[in-house]
Design a protein around this ligand. Structure first.
Ligand SMILES: Nc1ncnc2c1ncn2[C@@H]1O[C@H](COP(=O)(O)OP(=O)(O)OP(=O)(O)O)[C@@H](O)[C@H]1O
Length: 517
C-alpha cells in the first residue's frame, strides 16, 4: 500500500504523520502506533485541525499512556483535503471489523481492591472510552447485590457490552444477574469486560496477560475493540441453590488465603501472599471428598492440546481463514453438545444428578488444597490452570496432594508460580472434567471460595456449560505464556512455548472482521 503523509504543526512545532503498515508520528522522535491502538482520528474544517487519539506503551515496564494530538494544518485547499482524507483513512483502519462507538453499561465498585476505582475510572478510563466515541451509562455500586440487580433487568438491546470496574467478584455478580434475567441466554451473550481495580483481577490477567493484566488503559482498549469470546461457565449446586461460577472454586489453603484475608484489602493483592505464608505455617490438610467425571488425565496431552489450539487460532487469524471469533468455530474436546446449537432461551438443564456415579472417579488421597476453574491466572502470583481453554467444555481441577508435598516444596514453588511451573510437580494431581462434587467429611471446617466470594463450607456439585457466557478479548484466547520444562518433554523436539504476540492480536482483529453490534 502506498504511504500517505501529512505535514502539520503539533504544539507549535513541525511534525509529520505517515500512514503505512501503522501510524508513524514524526516529531523530535518517531512514534509507531499500531492501528489497533488508535482510538480515534477526525478532521475539523473550521479550525483546520486533525485530532488523533491513541494508547501507547512508552517502555516495557510502564503502563500504556493515553495520548491526544491536535495537529494544525496549513489553510490551503489541497492540504486541507489531504488532511480530511488522512483522518478518514486512519479512522477506517483503526476500526476495521469493529463497531465504532460501543454502548457500554459501566459498573464501578468504589470498594473493590484498595478502594480507588472511582478515581481511576474518571481519570484514566473514561477519557479513553469517550475519545473512542463510546456511549457510557455509568453507575457506582452501592452494596453487594447491586450489580446482580442491574444485570438481571438489563435492557439487552440498549448496550453492546458491560464493563465491571472492580475485581472478579463484580463479574461473578453480573453473570449471575444474567442467569436470572428474563432471557438468560441472550443476557449471557452480552459481552462483559473487566477494568482491573479489584485485588486479584484474575479475569483481566487472563484476557490481557501478566504484563498488562493490571493496566486499566489497556483494559479500556479491550472494551473499545475486544472481540466477543464465548466461554464455558459452571453451575454450582449447593443446598438446592444454583449459582453460576465463571472462574474458580477453592478449598483448603487457597480459599483460606482469599476469604481469610478480606480484612486486609488495603494491602492490594499482597494480602494473598500474607495468607499463603500463614497457611504454610499451619500446614493442615483439607478434609473433603472429591469425585469427578474425568475426561483428560494426562498432563502432557493437555499441554499438547493447548499448543495445537493456540497454533490453530494464530494460523487462522493470520491467514484470514475465519470470519468468526475462534472460540465460536472450535469444538469441545469431550463431545459436549454446544449450547449454541440448541434454541432454548432458558439456562441449560443440569445433566448430572447428585447420586450419579457412572464414570465418576473418587479421589482418595488427602488434599492440601483443591483448586478448580477456568482461565490460567487466578492472580498475578499464580497461574493455577496453565492448560485451561476458554471453551473446551471442561473444568480444570487441581489437587495438591498433602502426603506428597512439604512446606519446602511450597516455598520453592513461589518463584515459578506466575509461569505455572508447579503444574508439572508430581504432588499436583491435575485433571479436566465435565463435572465434580465435593463432600466435606464429618465435622470438617474450612472456607469455600467461588470466584473469590465466600460460600458455605458444605457439599456441592458442579457441572460445565460450554460457551454459555461471553467476554471481550483482544486475542480470542487466554493471554498466558506457558512452557514445558526441558526435563519433562514428551513428543516435543525443543522447548516450546505458547506465547503472546501483539501482531497476531492486530492481525486477528483485521481478519476476523467481527462486529460487536
Ligand atoms: N459499594 C459497595 N460496598 C461494599 N461492597 C460492594 C460494593 N459494591 C460491590 N460490592 C461487593 O464487593 C465485593 C468485592 O468486589 P470484587 O471482587 O469485584 O473486588 P475484589 O475482591 O477487590 O477483587 P478480586 O475479586 O479480583 O480479588 C463483591 O462481593 C461485590 O459485590
Amino acid at each position: 500500500m502506498a504511504e500517505r503523509e501529512l505535514s502539520l504543526a503539533i504544539d507549535g512545532r513541525p511534525a509529520k504523520l505517515i500512514l503505512g503498515e501503522d501510524l508513524r508520528i514524526i516529531r523530535q522522535d518517531v512514534q509507531q502506533v499500531p492501528f489497533y491502538q488508535v482510538v480515534n482520528a477526525s478532521y475539523h474544517r473550521d479550525s483546520c485541525k486533525v485530532y488523533i487519539a491513541y494508547i501507547i506503551k512508552q517502555s516495557k515496564k510502564k503502563p500504556y499512556a493515553f495520548i491526544e494530538l491536535n495537529g494544525l494544518v496549513k489553510e490551503d485547499e489541497n492540504i486541507l483535503r489531504l488532511a480530511m482524507e488522512f483522518a478518514e483513512v486512519l479512522h477506517e483502519k483503526a476500526y476495521q471489523g469493529v463497531k465504532y462507538g460501543r454502548r457500554i453499561r459501566v459498573l464501578v465498585n468504589p470498594n473493590g481492591g484498595v478502594g480507588k476505582a472511582v478515581a481511576i475510572f474518571s481519570k484514566r478510563v473514561e477519557p479513553v472510552l469517550k475519545a473512542a466515541g463510546c456511549v457510557l451509562d455509568v453507575s457506582e455500586t452501592t452494596h453487594n447485590g447491586y450489580a446482580f440487580d442491574i444485570a438481571k433487568s438489563l435492557a439487552l438491546d440498549s448496550y453492546d457490552a458491560v464493563a465491571t470496574v472492580s475485581g472478579d467478584g463484580l463479574v461473578h455478580e453480573v453473570l449471575n444477574g444474567f442467569a436470572n434475567h428474563a432471557e438468560p441466554r441472550k443476557a449471557l451473550s452480552m459481552p462483559v469486560a473487566p477494568i482491573p481495580t479489584g485485588s486479584g483481577n484474575g479475569l483481566s490477567l487472563n484476557l490481557l496477560g501478566l504484563e498488562d493484566g493490571f493496566d486499566v488503559t489497556r483494559a479500556a482498549l479491550n472494551l473499545i475493540k475486544g472481540q466477543p469470546m464465548n466461554v464455558d461457565v459452571f453451575s454450582v449446586i449447593q443446598n438446592g441453590k444454583r449459582t453460576l461460577s465463571f472462574m474458580s472454586q477453592a478449598l483448603g489453603l487457597m480459599a483460606d488465603l482469599d476469604i481469610g484475608t478480606e480484612h486486609l484489602r488495603w494491602m492490594g493483592d499482597t494480602r494473598f501472599i500474607y495468607g499463603l505464608l500463614r497457611g504454610l505455617i499451619k500446614f493442615k490438610p483439607c478434609d473433603v471428598q472429591l469425585s469427578y467425571k474425568g475426561v483428560e488425565m494426562d498432563k502432557h496431552q493437555m499441554f499438547q492440546t493447548l499448543q495445537s489450539r493456540r497454533a490453530g487460532t494464530d494460523a487462522s487469524a493470520s491467514l484470514g481463514l475465519s470470519t468468526l471469533p475462534t472460540s465460536a468455530t472450535s469444538t469441545s474436546i469431550n463431545g459436549n453438545e454446544d449450547h449454541k446449537d440448541d434454541t432454548s432461551t432458558g439456562l441449560p438443564d443440569l445433566k448430572y444428578s447428585t447420586n450419579d456415579t457412572e464414570d465418576w472417579t473418587t479421589f482418595d488421597e488427602e488434599m492440601f488444597y483443591l483448586y478448580a476453574g477456568k482461565g490460567p491466572f487466578v492472580g498475578r502470583d499464580l497461574m493455577a490452570f496453565p492448560v485451561s481453554l476458554p471453551d473446551d467444555g471442561l473444568i480444570d481441577i487441581l489437587v495438591h496432594c498433602y502426603a506428597k508435598t512439604s512446606r519446602l516444596e511450597m516455598l520453592g514453588s513461589f518463584e515459578g508460580a506466575p509461569r505455572g511451573e508447579q503444574y508439572w510437580y508430581d504432588s499436583i494431581h491435575y485433571v479436566k472434567a465435565s463435572a465434580y462434587r465435593i463432600q466435606p467429611k464429618s465435622k470438617a471446617k474450612g472456607c469455600l471460595s467461588i470466584d473469590g466470594e465466600a460460600f458455605p463450607f458444605e457439599a456441592f456439585q458442579l457441572e460445565v456449560h460450554p460457551k454459555l457466557a461471553t467476554l471481550l478479548s483482544p486475542k480470542g484466547y487466554y493471554a498466558a505464556e506457558f512452557s514445558e520444562p526441558s526435563g519433562k518433554k514428551k513428543g516435543t523436539q525443543k522447548k516450546e512455548s505458547v506465547r503472546e504476540d501483539d501482531q497476531n492480536e492486530e492481525q486477528g482483529m483485521k481478519n476476523r472482521l467481527w462486529c460487536c453490534a
